[in-house]
Design a protein. Structure first.
Length: 240
């Protein structure tokens, strides 16, 4: 006579996340949110180089606690966006002329790579149409007569070209290399002649990408970023 098998009830697996771990995850998310919010303010020029970051003001604006703000400062210090100073807290980092030189050296090579990747990827769905629309925009006189509009479209075009290339790591590397805090000062250096030259360079880059010419697209993008770097060294307030 066959023996009956004993059925063992299997309890549902319990969550591995303890309340303490859950709290730590939430704290990390809050710090990431705060760091990104402060980073955006710096990049947009709402927080100026050398400006002291007031913990209490940021706590109120972002609706987070003091420990979250301090963790955000540590992250931004590691990214080179702010400096932590003894008894002064955090201040927006001021760049030196050497910083600008090194920043644009890196950007020149990486954005050149991005343009080459975009040329190789130009026939992916939506890419050619987006570039053709961008080309039409850069032939518009408003982008040479309106400095703020020029800057906005410039940021969008450069970002779009990198995204077209399909290399997500490249986008993440380039994000902190956008002259944190100095965008408005750079904008003031862009007179009509420089904006016109920039628009002409953008159209040439677009045409090379549309033609699928990766070598030419990379060369033109590198020259364009190099020219921007030369101008950026003239920003007032840079440290020697």
């Amino acid at each position: 006579m066959a023996q009956s098998k004993k059925v063992v009830a299997i309890e549902p697996a319990r969550s591995q996340r303890t309340p303490a771990r859950e709290e730590k995850v939430n704290d990390t998310k809050a710090a990431l949110y705060a760091a990104q919010a402060i980073r955006t303010r710096i990049l947009e020029g709402l927080l100026s180089p050398g400006q002291r970051l007031i913990e209490s003001e940021l706590m109120a604006e972002l609706d987070v606690g003091r420990s979250t703000i301090r963790e955000a400062f540590l992250r931004l210090d590691a990214d080179g966006m702010v400096e932590l100073r003894h008894q002064r807290g955090a201040v927006v980092r001021r760049l030196t002329r050497r910083d600008i030189t090194e920043l644009f050296d890196v950007r020149e090579r990486l954005e050149g790579l991005g343009a080459a990747l975009s040329a190789a990827n130009v026939d992916a769905p939506g890419n050619r149409e987006w570039l053709q629309a961008a080309r039409k925009s850069w032939r518009n006189d408003e982008l040479t007569s309106n400095a703020l509009k020029h800057m906005e479209e410039n940021v969008g075009l450069h970002r779009g070209i990198i995204l077209m290339g399909g290399n997500q790591r490249l986008m993440r590397i380039l994000e902190p290399l956008q002259m944190p805090g100095y965008r408005m000062q750079f904008l003031q250096l862009l007179d009509d002649k420089r904006r016109s030259a920039s628009a002409t360079e953008h159209i040439a880059i677009i045409d090379a990408i549309l033609a699928g010419d990766a070598n030419k697209a990379e060369k033109l993008m590198r020259e364009h970023v190099r020219n921007a770097g030369k101008l950026a060294k003239q920003i007032p307030g840079l440290l020697d």
